[in-house]
Design a protein around this ligand. Structure first.
Ligand SMILES: [Fe+2]
Ligand SMILES: [Fe+2]
Length: 173
């Protein structure tokens, strides 16, 4: 779908949302790869690597949803995803300290998961109004569940012992 096309229906809105999600999941595979390499905290590194693999599965599930809906998988540019990427590059360019970068990555990852969860909420609400088949919605629901689990893990990490030495160093504790 391109920006000069008109969307006049709920179906068109569903496709627009799904195309954005397809773009987002593909972009996140490389973003998670880059963050896994740039993070110096083991827990973060492992978490990003694991979620990168899960995200490859998200891309496949979105393709299954397209298939079940009966259209070719298509992606559209999503400025929200591009902005997340731009912000990360900007921060990385401004900061040298590895722990400050780790903390930033943790926050950026939580922000991203929240955006993903909300995107799936929106597309599933539209799918529900359209009474779309489970074949279309199940893969999207599975992705949303995995994003929620990932967000929980990240939230746990930011307060738990995994990050303690890092906070201690940065706060002089
Ligand atoms: Fe995802
Ligand atoms: Fe995710």
């Amino acid at each position: 779908m391109s920006a000069d096309q008109h969307i006049e229906t709920l179906e068109g809105t569903f496709e627009y949302e799904l195309e954005g999600i397809y773009y987002m999941e593909q972009e996140l595979v490389s973003a998670l790869d880059e963050m896994a390499m740039a993070a110096t905290n083991d827990h973060l590194q492992n978490g990003f690597s694991t979620h990168r693999e899960e995200t490859e599965g998200h891309v496949e599930r979105v393709e299954r949803a397209f298939d079940a809906y009966g259209v070719e998988p298509r992606q559209r540019d999503d400025p929200v995803v591009d902005a997340l990427e731009k912000d990360r590059q900007q921060f990385e360019g401004m900061v040298r300290d590895a722990d400050l970068k780790n903390l930033y990555f943790l926050g950026a990852a939580m922000k991203t998961e929240r955006i993903e969860i909300t995107s799936y909420d929106s597309v599933l609400t539209v799918a529900d109004k359209l009474h779309l088949d489970d074949d279309v919605t199940d893969p999207l629901e599975s992705n949303r569940e995995e994003e929620k689990r990932t967000l929980k893990k990240l939230e746990g990490m930011s307060s738990a012992s995994e990050m303690k030495s890092l906070w201690d160093r940065l706060t002089g504790g």
